[in-house]
Design a protein around this ligand. Structure first.
Ligand SMILES: [Zn+2]
Length: 405
């Protein structure tokens, strides 16, 4: 089977074409069609595949995925099969293609900018549904460097430099000082030439001039194993992303009744305030626990004071504090406590040196309640899913545990 004639190699803006089905096959349970020629781009070189339709005899079938085979054939995964020999008309989804063209050409400009400014080569390119990334081979990238590269890339876009495609033999390509040479290649190399800025080998679809990229916006910068990953968006994606960022910021600013530029300061203030009030609340909770502890200890007598109590409106933090207060004194105390607010929680504790095993008692209790927990001989905690138990069950479990002591 001869390789598919790739029409997109010569014209990235060819959205309609006529072709003939040369093979209809089943690839891992998926219907696939091979055409003698195609304008549909297959997923390769970081760029994702095109979508569109094939029309034949008034029938339309959808292109679901397009894949590149090692032998040079292009597989069109389709919603239905067509027999070999069928004449078809292919229509490429133009909006999706233009978006991919903008991202891919934008990537070439950006990668060249990083080389020119900081000698940072691009080792990989990934085009996602929302944003794209390149991985730079470098130990680090500062925010200022990223901004510089973004500025240079946008200047090159504004200069509207012509972008041409040409095919040259490998030997000739070696002399041209390409930004990137593919690892293994036979036959001619396809070169993408951004006039006086970047020359590289690539099989993707590209703009006619850099102005078509529209704009490029750098976003997240993160360290990865092989260097630094730079996220970016080009063209309409950049506009849509900026629109979404603005909407998000506006929403946040409205919550603070402030200007969007003051949001970070407002959040900082808010966090500081909540930290202060959190501390104050904890202090109050400690005081409350101390008060409860005193009252509960006064209500029990004996050489070993066993206290069982369920607090329907308190949470795990409170009963833990209370258990600590109850068992911190000189007298021998065993506290079997439960809380009902949030996730129902049990805390068992004893004054250090007593002979019971709280961890074991907790395991037994959890086995009955279907929860998880454990701990040491002196202090154990366990919890069950919210709504899986009730006050009656918890109270009787505490009493039953107390009887085992
Ligand atoms: Zn490329």
């Amino acid at each position: 089977m001869p390789p598919t004639d790739r029409l997109y190699y010569h014209d990235s803006f060819l959205y309609g074409f006529d072709a003939r089905v040369v093979e209809a096959l089943d690839s891992n349970g998926k219907t696939a069609i091979v055409l003698d020629r195609t304008a549909f781009y297959p997923t390769s070189g970081g760029q994702v595949h095109d979508l569109g339709v094939l029309s034949a005899d008034g029938q339309q079938i959808s292109i679901i995925e397009v894949a590149d085979e090692e032998d040079g054939r292009i597989l069109h995964f389709t919603s239905a099969s067509l027999p070999a020999g069928t004449q078809v008309h292919g229509s490429v989804n133009a909006a999706r293609r233009l978006d991919h063209v903008q991202q891919h050409s934008g990537q070439h400009v950006l990668s060249a900018a990083f080389i020119r400014l900081f000698d940072m080569p691009t080792v990989s390119f990934h085009m996602g549904e929302e944003s794209c990334t390149i991985d730079l081979e470098t130990a680090g990238l500062s925010a200022a460097q990223a901004q510089k590269a973004e500025l240079l890339a946008n200047e090159v876009i504004a200069e509207d430099r012509p972008v041409s495609i040409r095919f040259v033999p490998l030997e000739e390509a070696r002399q041209l000082g390409l930004r990137k040479l593919p690892p293994k290649q036979t036959g001619d190399l396809r070169l993408i030439d951004i006039t006086d800025f970047d020359l590289t080998a690539c099989g993707g679809t590209h703009v006619r001039a850099t102005g078509q990229i529209g704009s490029i916006l750098l976003r997240k910068i993160e360290k990865v194993k092989q260097g630094v990953r730079v996220e970016f968006v080009c063209g309409l994606r950049a506009v849509n992303t900026a629109r979404r960022d603005y909407t998000t910021l506006t929403e946040a600013a409205a919550l603070y009744s402030s200007h969007i530029y003051d949001v970070p300061e407002q959040v900082r203030k808010s966090l500081a305030e909540s930290k202060v009030s959190g501390k104050a609340q904890h202090k109050l909770l400690e005081e409350l626990a101390a008060f409860y502890a005193e009252r509960l200890l006064a209500q029990t007598t004996g050489s070993l004071q066993v206290i069982t109590e369920f607090f329907p409106d308190r949470d795990a933090v409170f009963i833990k504090l209370l258990a600590q207060k109850l068992t911190a004194g000189k007298s021998a105390v065993i506290a079997l406590l439960a809380s009902g607010a949030g996730q129902p929680t049990l805390v068992f504790a004893q004054t250090p040196g007593q002979k019971s095993n709280m961890g074991q008692l907790m395991k037994d209790a959890m086995a009955q309640l279907g929860g998880r927990g454990g701990g040491s001989a002196d202090m154990a905690q366990g919890g069950v899913a919210a709504g899986s138990t009730d006050a009656g069950k918890l109270t009787s479990l505490l009493q039953e545990t107390a009887r085992k002591l």
